[in-house]
Design a protein around this ligand. Structure first.
Ligand code: ADP
Length: 445
């Protein structure tokens, strides 16, 4: 078993990982930027080390500084969390070369699946349906136009290296294609240093359904059922739930089997998420694999009762999974709301600042994953996520009732947060009926 882990992240996920390590008897090293100096969660780590100024490039994204911190503090492995360096193949490679464990997939699988065009090829090899679209990277707008006409509009142009909903453009006709092609390329280049794009048929009003998987070095690959993440704004998730409320047991099984086939085809190890779009006829199409733990992992933990971070660490320690697929069942319904420092009344513009008022909800069925507290300043430099509010109940109506009650209890001020927006969504009759798709928020709010 690993005995000392460096957490190369900040905020709620850093705290989540520190807690899991301590329950496993593993020592932790936290890293922090000058902006996070003095954060109380850092005191929970066995050691905390400053890696640079607030600017991510000089701290949380700075590979030499993080590797130096790992060397100085003599850790066995690094947990990257999500975001920052979690899907950076170069970082995983450097960890490997330095003899430091990387708690995530192997470099090759990560590289392959990090390229969305290659990932589509793997899915097709595994006989998993992909959204109709390009075989490879689009050379120019003329090629894009030719393909768009073959497939039929609407189409979506996507970044090969994409993530976080960036580098994507929906196109409805030839006239707007060239501008969208160039805009997607420019955005992808700026965000990922790689302007390569491909295109897919734009599925109209789909649900986003993803399968949580874990695989060990011995080739055991298990699924932990699905999450429905259709409540999105600008292709970014806001509310997630498990299970998907409309999936019949037979379809759930087919979806989870498909996810496992992709993972096996990619010779994937550790935790990953296979993402699909579900069309109106409940036909599913693979879109991508996220090669890390995800923000929304707690809903899966609540319904399955398994701690995914601990399982990640056990796999990275070289231990085979002791679980078998039949040991993994799901019970009840879990919902997660992402509480961001954003103003829903002002087009969700970021709302950083000092929190002077903070009261977290509690009671039966409520889990709050956060590092925030009264006196904490939400820095403008980082992601605006303040807290994840998760509820777990026997049925979906009960889970919705608990979530509404918990959202009403949750007091964060004076900065604006997405709590009122989440409450409105939770109260919408179509959400209550489970009739949601990825366009729900933009259409109704
Ligand atoms: P990212 O890696 O940037 O998050 P994804 O490929 O996971 O990008 O897509 C993010 C979201 O964008 C999806 O959940 C969905 O809402 C939308 N999307 C992506 N591809 C399509 C498509 N072919 N048709 C319709 N919506 C899509």
């Amino acid at each position: 078993m690993l005995s000392r882990i460096l957490v190369a992240n900040r905020g709620e996920i850093a705290l989540r990982i520190i807690r899991a390590c301590h329950e496993l008897g593993i020592e932790t090293v936290a890293v922090y930027s000058e902006a996070d100096r003095g954060a109380p969660y850092l005191r929970l780590a066995d050691e905390a080390i400053c890696i640079g100024p607030a600017d991510c490039d000089q701290s949380y994204l700075n590979i030499p500084r993080i590797i130096s911190a790992a060397e100085i503090t003599n850790v066995d492995a690094i947990h990257p969390g999500y975001g920052f360096l979690a899907e950076n193949t170069g970082f995983a490679e450097i960890c490997r070369d330095c003899g430091i464990g990387f708690i995530g997939p192997g470099v090759e699988a990560m590289r392959l699946l990090g390229d969305k065009v290659e990932a589509r090829k793997i899915a097709r090899k595994a006989k998993v349906p992909t959204v109709p679209g390009s075989e490879g990277v689009l050379a120019n707008d003329a090629e894009a136009m030719k393909l768009a006409n073959e497939i039929g509009y609407p189409i979506i142009i996507k970044a090969v290296a994409g993530g976080g909903g960036r580098g994507m453009r929906v196109v409805h006709n030839d006239i707007s294609l060239r501008a969208a092609f160039n805009a997607a390329k420019a955005e992808a280049d700026a965000a990922f240093g790689d302007g390569s794009v491909y295109l897919e048929k734009f599925i109209v009003e789909p649900r986003h359904v993803e399968v949580q998987v874990l695989a060990d070095q011995e080739g055991n690959a298990l699924h932990f059922y699905e999450r429905d993440c259709s409540i999105q704004r600008r292709h970014q998730k806001m509310i997630e739930e498990s299970p998907c409320p409309i999936l019949e047991e037979r379809d759930r099984q087919r979806l989870c089997d498909a996810a496992i086939r992709v993972i096996k085809e990619a010779k994937y190890v550790n935790a990953g998420t296979v993402e699909f779009l579900l069309d109106k006829d409940n036909k599913f199409y693979f879109i991508e694999v996220n090669t890390r733990i995800q923000v929304e992992h707690p809903v899966t933990e609540m319904v399955t009762g398994h701690d995914l971070i601990k399982l990640q660490i056990q796999i990275a320690s070289g231990e085979p999974l002791k679980l078998r697929q039949k040991d993994i069942t799901h019970q009840g319904v879990a919902i997660e709301c992402r509480i961001n420092a954003e103003d829903p009344k002002n087009n969700f513009s970021p709302c950083p600042g000092l929190i002077t008022e903070y009261r977290a909800p509690g009671g039966p069925g409520v889990r709050v994953d956060t590092h925030a507290h009264q006196g904490w300043t939400v820095a403008p430099t980082y992601d605006s996520l303040i807290a994840k509010l998760i509820v777990h109940q026997k049925t979906r109506p009960e889970a919705i009732a608990t979530m509404r009650r918990a959202l009403e209890e949750f007091t964060i001020g004076p900065i604006k947060t997405t709590i009122p927006a989440c409450l409105e969504i939770l109260s919408h009759n179509l959400f209550v009926k489970g009739k949601i798709d990825t366009g729900f928020v933009e259409r109704n709010f």
